[in-house]
Design a binder for this molecule. Structure first.
Ligand SMILES: Nc1ncnc2c1ncn2[C@@H]1O[C@H](COP(=O)(O)OP(=O)(O)OP(=O)(O)O)[C@@H](O)[C@H]1O
Ligand SMILES: [Mg+2]
Length: 276
């Protein structure tokens, strides 16, 4: 059982309140996204939920057990890939597989790692080092590494934030198919600054307001059947949902300089959603 319960989380840095009384829960197998503007406290929040940082107040429990350190059976994907540069793509995945499946023989660990690289379309790039891979390929390795340990919970902190819009769309679809391809249910919590990305992938979305002392909206369920194609974002239902989330994010918020600057690199609708 991987039900996640987040109760009364608050965090300040010095005298500055970042997050205030964050409460929500996730059912086993659910895909939940948190959307919010830059510097609203998203990474701070996912670090506390994944046990990588301590809250000032509040608790997190997974499967009824209080989180204290990174949970066993969980995996995390960061925005900046976080691969070991001196290891090949296959070795990066294999390192995690060795730790997760110590009873496998060396040959089984390699075959298992290779299978997950193949699932993200990198079956023939296993010998390449991260420096020889594109950003999109590196992020595929990071996703393969996370899923290869067959986690019950996966944390994703803006996994596609560093990618161009086209690569981002492809990887969103790959992530969705990885989630549905796994044999046991994986509970996924994703942080993103794109409302559209959240709508494409999630069962439920929470919006994080602006600080100081940012609070979380109640959940917006995404009742659109999966798998979802990017074209679905133009459906009435999806547009209405994006507008409702946009309204929460816009309340009292001004678009940040970073988001305005990002407009030159992204599709206008996506950026409009982020600003909204
Ligand atoms: N270790 C720290 N010490 C002091 N302040 C911090 C620390 N970590 C984060 N902050 C501050 O907390 C605020 C929230 O940071 P956080 O990284 O959680 O934002 P974010 O929503 O993830 O932003 P982005 O979308 O840019 O990644 C920022 O103002 C940041 O400067
Ligand atoms: Mg962040």
């Amino acid at each position: 059982m991987s039900r996640i319960e987040i109760s009364g989380l608050s965090k300040s840095y010095g005298s500055r309140s970042i997050l205030s009384d964050i409460n929500f829960s996730m059912e086993e197998g659910e895909f939940v996204s948190i959307v919010g503007a830059s510097a609203s406290g998203k990474t701070t929040l996912i670090k506390m939920i994944s046990g990588l940082a301590s809250p000032d107040e509040g608790t997190v429990s997974i499967g009824g057990k209080r989180v204290d350190g990174f949970p066993v059976g969980a995996a995390i994907v960061f925005q900046n890939y976080s691969l070991l540069p001196w290891l090949s793509a296959l070795e990066n995945v294999r390192l995690a597989v060795e730790a997760a499946f110590p009873s496998y023989t060396a040959r089984e660990q390699t075959a298992h790692s290779q299978r997950y690289l193949e699932m993200v379309g990198l079956g023939s790039a296993g010998l390449k080092k991260p420096g020889q891979l594109s950003g999109g390929m590196r992020q595929r390795v990071a996703i393969a590494r996370a899923f290869a340990v067959e986690p019950s919970v996966i944390f994703l902190d803006e996994p596609f934030g560093a990618l161009d819009a086209l690569t981002r769309v492809t990887l969103q679809q790959e992530l969705a198919s990885m989630c549905s391809a796994v044999t046991k249910p994986v509970t996924a919590l994703m942080i993103t600054n794109s409302v559209e990305e959240a709508v494409l992938l999630s069962d439920r979305i929470h919006a994080l307001g602006r600080g100081p002392g940012a609070t979380l909206s109640s959940g917006f369920p995404v009742s659109i059947p999966k798998p979802r194609a990017a074209s679905l974002l133009h459906d009435k239902k999806a547009i209405a949902l994006k507008n409702r989330i946009g309204e929460f994010l816009a309340a009292g918020a001004k678009p940040s300089r970073r988001i305005i600057e990002a407009a030159s690199q992204k599709s206008q609708t996506d950026v409009a959603m982020e600003i909204a």
